[in-house]
Design a protein around this ligand. Structure first.
Ligand code: NMX
Ligand code: MLT
Length: 435
């Protein structure tokens, strides 16, 4: 069976022809008008990017290469004795559009374990960070510094031919993904522990090794949770802040480390990936105010206090989704299976019963339903990982998979520099003066 790189090499020529044919057939077709409100309104709904790994439907949620979350839970290879999909398989699917064999997934686990060491100067950068520096800032610093050994940057400096860009990009993205557990583990141990890190096991899967570095390899259920977690957070089409940022920065031919470092800075915002940390803080505050088992009416009041304070309810709403996020549902199912009695899970369920009605009554949010971040923290907390300002780092480890897959294809297909047109309010007013 071919390796991922060999399979990619087979797929790329046909995809170049596919894109050519698509542009020839549809290149001049319109998606409809662009209206001025979209320029002021965060470009909502503006068709602007090609992203092959996944497409998001407002009602149904994410499909990875056409497959829903239940589809991939069924189809992707699992660890021996496990029931959740291995993220290695999801990466293969994102990159190729194909379901890999167990053997191909095992080969990927081994390859990532073999590439996992980080340079000692990056270890030193992390060790020198004050524990008060947010884990996401540390994460971004370390990923950016990996650019020191970028195969793409080196090949570019040596004059690589444009048609070969994808090859060193592929090598960099494999290194990037492989090194994230050591970076995340080091940050975790430095900030919350004694800074000592165990070694990655060469014959274990990615999620097991990440769990091991965090100190949780002895809890098989937690390892399964990580497999599910990394799989479902990996990709959410191209327009979200982290994915779009990675693609944008990559379009300047900044290497994958620079591009993904930029993604992480976007993921670190409270309206994006930091929301998983914010949810836990918000729930904890609720518990300290209302006790462990508040009534629906108490929760309702608490939600109204948040809204009246001019704050958002973290974990609810979405720029595209208009129904409950299937990533929320997948995590809820995990909780119902493994931790139905957990008091924090029960609080999350209660919040789910109350918040949508309050948001509908308040009448502003276009989507009153929960997103992925409303559920992830409570699962991690259940197994003891209650260091909530670390949660977004785990989201970031996962998001690398989606951004990496697209960076490879962008370089394979010769994607151009991104450079949309901007206007000033004065220009808008003069343009539409008499219209
Ligand atoms: N709580 C309170 N108000 C909200 C919420 C919410 N959860 N969601 C939207 N609104 C408000 C929003 O702030 C805006 O107010 P204003 O007109 O005063 O600016 C209004 O409703 C309309 O916003 P929408 O068009 O519904 O949402 P938009 O597409 O602009 O933003 C989010 C999407 C996700 C940023 C927004 O729903 C939000 O802030 N949610 C809470 C934070 C969160 O959970 N983010 C995580 C998203 C998932 N992720 O991982 O990235
Ligand atoms: C994501 O996973 O990136 C978030 O749900 C945000 C988005 O899709 O805009």
């Amino acid at each position: 069976a071919p390796t991922l790189k060999e399979r990619l090499a087979e797929l790329i020529p046909a995809e170049i022809e596919n894109v050519k044919a698509t542009r020839a057939a549809h290149g001049k077709k319109s998606f409809g008008p662009v209206i001025v409100d979209q320029l002021y309104g965060g470009m909502r709904g503006l068709p602007a990017l090609i992203w092959d790994g996944s497409v998001l439907d407002a009602e149904e949620g994410i499909r990875f290469r056409g497959k829903t979350i239940p589809d991939i839970q069924e189809a992707l290879p699992k660890a021996p004795g496990g029931t959740e999909p291995l993220p290695e398989g999801l990466f293969w699917l994102l990159v190729t559009g194909e379901i890999p064999t167990q053997e191909q997934v095992t080969a990927l686990s081994k390859e990532w374990a073999a590439r996992s060491a980080i340079p000692s100067f990056v270890e030193e950068i992390l060790d020198r960070c004050p524990p008060t520096l947010h884990p996401m800032s540390q994460f971004s610093l370390a990923v950016t510094a990996l650019n020191h050994d970028s195969a793409f940057a080196k090949a570019y400096a040596q004059g690589i031919n444009k048609k070969d860009y994808w090859q060193p990009t592929f090598e960099d993205t494999m290194d990037l993904i492989a090194k994230l557990p050591n970076i995340a583990g080091r940050i975790f141990r430095n900030v919350y522990g004694d800074g000592k890190l165990p070694a990655i096991e060469a014959d274990k899967d990615y999620s097991y090794n990440l769990a091991k570095l965090l100190g949780y390899a002895e809890k098989p259920e937690f390892v399964e949770l990580l497999r599910l977690y990394i799989t479902i957070h990996s990709d959410h089409e191209g327009g979200n802040v982290s994915a779009h940022t990675g693609k944008l920065v990559g379009s300047a031919l900044s290497d994958p480390f620079l591009a993904f470092g930029a993604s992480l800075n976007g993921l670190a915002g409270p309206l994006h990936g930091l929301a998983n940390q914010e949810v836990l803080i918000w729930l904890r505050k609720m518990q300290s105010k209302l006790g462990e088992n508040p009534t629906d009416e108490d929760v309702r009041e608490y939600v109204w206090t948040t809204l009246k304070g001019g704050q958002v309810v973290p974990g609810y709403g979405h720029a595209v989704l208009r129904k409950t996020d299937p990533r929320y549902t997948a995590q809820r199912e995990f909780a119902l299976k493994h931790l139905p009695e957990d008091p924090m899970f029960q609080l999350v369920s209660k919040v789910y019963n109350v918040v949508p009605n309050v948001l509908l009554e308040a009448g502003k949010a276009k989507n009153p339903w929960p997103n992925v971040d409303a559920h992830s923290g409570v699962l991690l907390t259940h197994y003891g990982l209650d260091q909530m300002n670390f949660y977004t780092v785990l989201f970031g480890v996962s998001r690398a998979f989606g951004v990496a897959a697209q960076l490879i294809w962008d370089r394979a297909l010769g994607a151009p520099l991104e450079r949309p047109k901007s206007y000033s309010t004065a220009a808008i007013n003069s343009m539409f003066q008499n219209k």
